[in-house]
Design a binder for this molecule. Structure first.
Ligand code: NAD
Length: 419
């Protein structure tokens, strides 16, 4: 599905509604309506066949009021500046929801990484890093993986930045390989956070995890890990998909087999068969018979066109911005409950924060400590969002936005407007 909606308009609409619900004056939140900085770069790369190809890239810093900007780097052929601006703004909110000392940023390059050789991707990453160098740094803006990038790409960024500085700077990126300062538990952190949030939500509603049916759109880092961990906790994963399509089995899919198949670069779900499972489209997955729908692919997947077809009563947003504002209103009218992205997928940035703290202190935590601290922060954030939601008798999205905007505007007020 293409991005026919502007996700930045989506952010603005919800942010303004939450600010008004909090009783804020326009002066309190006017600065949140646009990013602090936007950098557009044209990145030349010498391709393997000798051609020079120029890729468009961006780095956007939405807010640094609560700390350095933090946010992933996306490689995708359809990215545009409005998407990057929205993703950066959502990072400001997410870091505030989980109360870690960061603002929000995001970067992207308009490229289909599957079409580039490893050598070309490495050169693209190094040149892009050099071109956004004036903005980034462990105290300024710290990239991390997102769609289309991974630990290997973060390693190239870390090395490039370090070469410019003349010494090794592990804290410049998070989500790095373990051998160069990455953190245990980072790769699984977003999916693990999703699992904690699902567990807390079901607990509040008195629904047992065992047997609860889940459909996962996008079996990548977030969706694949969440599916595996939810399945370990007794949930029945009835549907799972990637960009090529999905599989459906009302009795439950064997998730380990699917994750193992997709772990090989180039493998797709459309090539995979499992006894009892039938192939479905991504549209069919969104409308399938399930208790929980977990969109974990891209933004703008649940729209005014398909929202009314959703059978799941709970939607947990593993992806950033998977629901358009129009679709959100339809879901609310239908009595569906949405656990919003800025809470549901915040586990990744929480462990990124742990990674950065370890890098700065030159310390290494064990995995148990990381997972325990992640769980503590996710439960605390869930409870705070729940409290804001119930006390204002609103949706969890509004509850989360109110928690976040309350914190960011408070920081802004304390700091004042320079000069
Ligand atoms: P990924 O690249 O590892 O996986 C994306 C998955 O979505 C893949 O399975 C891909 O095949 C599938 N997909 C892509 N386009 C699709 C489409 N049109 N329809 C159905 N499936 C499609 O990416 P990821 O890191 O898992 O990120 C997924 C989402 O989660 C993104 O919105 C990202 O911003 C968000 N997120 C990621 C992290 C993180 O730590 N990786 C943290 C927070 C939020």
């Amino acid at each position: 599905m293409s991005n026919t909606f502007n996700p930045y308009d989506n952010y603005l609409e919800v942010m303004e509604r939450a600010a008004k619900m909090l009783g804020l004056a326009p002066n309190d939140y006017v600065a949140l309506k646009q990013p602090e900085r936007e950098l557009k770069v044209s990145v030349p790369v010498e391709m393997d066949d000798g051609r020079i190809q120029v890729f468009e890239g961006y780095r956007v810093q939405h807010s640094s009021s609560r700390g350095p900007c933090k946010g992933g780097l996306r490689y995708h052929q359809d990215v545009n500046i409005d998407e990057v601006k929205a993703l950066a703004a959502w990072m400001s909110l997410k870091c505030a929801v989980v109360n870690i000392p960061y603002g929000g940023g995001k970067g992207a390059v308009k490229v289909d990484p599957s079409k580039l050789s490893v050598h070309e991707l490495k050169n693209l990453t190094r040149r892009y890093t050099a071109m956004i160098l004036p903005l980034i740094g462990p105290e300024r803006d710290i990239p991390a993986p997102d769609v289309g990038t991974n630990a290997e790409v973060m390693g190239w960024i870390m090395d490039t930045y370090s070469m410019f500085m003349g010494y090794t700077v592990p804290g410049i990126v998070t989500g790095k390989p373990l051998d160069i300062g990455g953190s245990l538990g980072r790769r699984e952190a977003t999916g693990r956070g999703v699992m904690f949030v699902v567990r807390e939500y079901l607990h509040r509603k008195g629904i047992p995890m065992i047997g609860t049916r889940v459909a996962v759109q996008g079996m990548g880092n977030v969706g694949g890990t969440a599916a595996q961990l939810l399945s370990n906790e007794g949930c029945r994963i009835v549907a799972a998909s990637d960009v090529s399509g999905g599989l459906y089995n009302p009795k439950g899919l064997k998730i380990s087999e699917i994750v193992a198949h997709l772990s090989t670069r180039g493998n797709k779900l459309s090539d995979f068969e499992q006894a009892g499972a039938k192939h479905i489209t991504n549209e069919e997955l969104l409308a399938c018979d399930t208790d929980i729908l977990l969109p974990a692919a891209l933004e703008n997947q649940i729209t005014a066109q398909n929202a009314a077809k959703i059978k799941a009563s709970i939607i947990v947003e593993g992806a950033n911005g998977p629901t358009t504002a129009e679709a959100d209103a339809i879901l609310e009218q239908m009595g569906k409950k949405v656990v919003p992205d800025v809470l549901a997928n915040a586990g990744g940035v929480v462990v990124s924060y742990f990674e950065w703290v370890q890098n700065i202190q030159s310390l290494m935590w064990d995995e148990e400590e990381i997972n325990r601290n992640l769980e503590k922060i996710m439960i605390r954030a869930f409870n705070e969002v729940w409290e804001a939601t119930t006390s204002h008798d609103t949706t969890m999205r509004m509850g989360a936005y109110m928690v976040a905007i309350g914190r960011i505007t408070k920081a802004k007020k304390i700091r004042g407007v320079f000069p």
